[in-house]
Design a protein around this ligand. Structure first.
Ligand code: 5GP
Ligand code: ZN
Length: 116
């Protein structure tokens, strides 16, 4: 799907809203979360608008794999050698607040578990 009007992350991917970009390729963009929950808190998104993980199919498996690979590369770039967490919140009960699929990369401190 092309850019969706009023989607914040479509606009960030298109360069229409500023963000601190850490990775950009043909299909994927990664940037710092505006409200960081950890010393390193990045969001990895596909440029293509997909509302949530629940809207993906097996056809998106390669794209999802590449999103996870970008997260791994960024974790190495930010020297999160003692560990980190990747999270995809999905829909209301998962706590998703922006309806454009995104993977959180969190690190730089010891993270608690389980989540609330
Ligand atoms: P969710 O709650 O949907 O899993 O995560 C959405 C994340 O996007 C939140 O951590 C929130 O701080 C971040 N966020 C929301 N709006 C913006 C924005 O305009 N720019 C950036 N960089 N992050 C945003
Ligand atoms: Zn979007």
């Amino acid at each position: 799907m092309a850019e969706v009007p009023d989607c914040i992350f479509c606009k960030i991917a298109a360069g229409e809203i500023p963000a601190k970009i850490e990775h950009a390729d043909e299909d994927i963009v990664a940037f710092h979360d505006i409200n960081a929950a950890a010393p390193v808190h990045l969001l990895v998104i596909p440029r293509r608008h997909i509302a949530s993980l629940a809207e993906t199919t097996d056809a998106e498996a390669p794209l999802l794999g590449r999103i996870v690979s970008v997260a791994r590369q960024l974790a190495a770039k930010f020297e999160l050698d003692s560990g980190y967490r990747v999270v995809i919140n999905c829909r209301e009960d998962g706590g998703q607040s922006v309806p454009h699929i995104h993977l959180h990369l969190l690190g730089g401190r010891r993270l608690g578990w389980p989540p609330g």
